[in-house]
Design a binder for this molecule. Structure first.
Ligand SMILES: [Zn+2]
Length: 489
């Protein structure tokens, strides 16, 4: 492999640098993008990739996924039916991500007792940079320090946990709520309820994590899995929780699951418009969508209150309160599933400034990550999504605004929700764009306006850290996975 690379004649979509479909070459020296190749180098010293008739974007970034860890191992043990194999090994996941032009992922929740195994397994995800977030929202020693009003010591403990683990950032899963549920088998009903036999409240835990993240200057803000996931009316408690951050940065995970109001009869109704309106007034907040796709999924979560609720819905109240992954089948004829499908799409389509919104499925919770091309197709093509809507339960049309939304995303907007916005939310300054000095992570797709799903399913060329890993839609080189280094704390 030569040190120099030239991607020739593609139409470049790079929202960060304001390049919207211009035909131009992209140059790479080593593992970086450069503005031009040095003068005087011979033609043989340069690898050229033909991108004429193609679209060139920065490598895709999945801000919230799960590819390594004991829950996924457990699913892999039991998933057997053909068509049901949606949890690949980390190595297989790496290949599937790079086939779609993705080059960076974030493992969104690693528990302290999974260290150092899960980060080690994450490195098996070939052709990817992978970072992980450390779940700290229910860590008993931190909560005990807060209970004794030793906030400074709690912040020091968070710093040492981040340092020792190499985590990229802080995750909070139902902060305080998991501990409380283990204590008394109930979820806290408000942000100000003392949890788990202490004086500490969920509000105080979130505030502490916010102060810690600001104090350490973390590139990615606290990543919040909020309360009452999937319950009707939860948009109000979610927006209350986001208010706790008072202008400091926060990232709301899988926001679709928190975007529900309810009718007078207690039925679900989409509140995506309310979520988008909040977002437009709060530039400190970013979110990933948590879209669901119809078909098999696996609920793997550290939120045991949620897990027990789901288990009861699926198996009835007599099911013993065991823990572990739950198989879900999202069905278009199920009123709640169809509304969830519509609400996720609304979260993108109703929000003008997509800089705060990232596409995610919370793999494998909302479905497999290789559904991204299908979701992009729904977002880019109104007739296509109208066909899916017509086949879904009528509640999806009645209780959401999806049928009236005419917007179709442009390729620049697709590049925003899959590249620029996640890089910004993660504070990855050298990713998500193609400017000089950026990491040479690049995806080239054959332009197909009639079939965006096909276009994004199979990238024509993929470059990772300056190396060609896919050429002419065939795997060429396999690079070892690399852990994104945690910030210096
Ligand atoms: Zn998740």
């Amino acid at each position: 492999m030569s040190q120099y690379l030239q991607i020739v004649g593609g139409r470049v979509y790079d929202p960060v640098n304001g390049i919207d479909g211009e035909t131009r070459d992209v140059f790479v020296e080593g593992d970086r993008i450069v503005s031009a190749l040095p003068r005087g180098i011979g033609p043989d010293a340069v690898t050229r990739l033909d991108a004429r008739g193609c679209v060139v974007m920065p490598g895709g970034i999945d801000i919230h996924t799960h590819v390594a860890g004991p829950s996924l191992d457990a699913v892999r043990q039991v998933q057997t039916e053909p068509g049901d194999l949606i949890v690949p090994t980390p190595a297989q996941a790496g290949h599937r991500y790079s086939a779609m032009g993705y080059t960076t992922i974030i493992e969104a929740a690693v528990e302290l007792d999974e260290l150092p195994d899960t980060p080690r397994r994450l490195c098996e995800a070939v052709n990817l940079d992978a970072g992980f977030l450390l779940e700290l929202g229910n860590h008993k020693p931190i909560i005990d320090l807060l209970n004794r009003d030793q906030d400074a010591a709690a912040i020091e403990l968070i710093a040492s946990l981040l340092r020792d683990s190499g985590a990229y950032g802080i995750k909070m899963v139902n902060p305080g709520g998991v501990l409380h549920y283990r204590h008394c088998h109930e979820e806290p009903t408000s942000l100000d309820q003392a949890i788990g036999g202490t004086r500490v409240t969920p509000r105080r835990i979130m505030k502490l994590m916010s102060v810690a993240a600001d104090q350490f200057g973390l590139p990615h803000p606290p990543h919040l899995h909020c309360y009452h996931l999937g319950l009707p009316g939860n948009v109000y408690s979610t927006l209350d929780a986001l208010d706790v951050f008072e202008g400091s940065r926060v990232h709301l995970a899988h926001a679709q699951f928190y975007s529900y109001s309810q009718t007078d009869d207690g039925d679900y109704t989409s509140a995506a418009d309310r979520m988008c309106e909040y977002l437009s007034r709060h530039p400190n907040v970013t979110l990933d969508v948590g879209q669901i796709v119809f078909g098999p999924a696996w609920a793997i979560t550290g939120d045991i209150a949620l897990e027990h609720r789901l288990r009861e819905q699926l198996y009835g109240p007599d099911e013993p309160a065991s823990e572990g992954p739950l198989r879900i089948e999202y069905e278009p004829k199920n009123p709640i599933h169809s509304l969830m499908w519509a609400t996720g799409l609304e979260l993108v389509l109703l929000y003008k400034n997509l800089q705060q919104v990232t596409l995610s499925v919370d793999h494998p919770n909302g479905g497999p990550f290789w559904a991204y091309p299908q979701i992009i197709a729904w977002l880019c093509n109104k007739p296509l999504r109208d066909r899916t809507l017509a086949a879904a339960h009528p509640v999806a049309s009645q209780h959401s605004r999806l049928k009236d939304i005419k917007r179709e995303l442009t390729l620049q907007e697709v590049a925003t929700i899959t590249r620029a916005a996640p890089a910004k939310a993660l504070g990855l300054k050298n990713k998500g764009h193609l400017g000089t000095g950026a990491d040479a992570d690049i995806a080239v797709y054959e332009h197909d306006t009639a079939d965006p799903q096909r276009m994004f399913e199979c990238a024509r060329h993929v470059v990772k850290a300056g190396q060609v890993v896919i050429e002419d839609s065939r795997a060429r080189e396999t690079l070892p996975g690399k852990l994104l280094p945690g910030p210096v704390v």
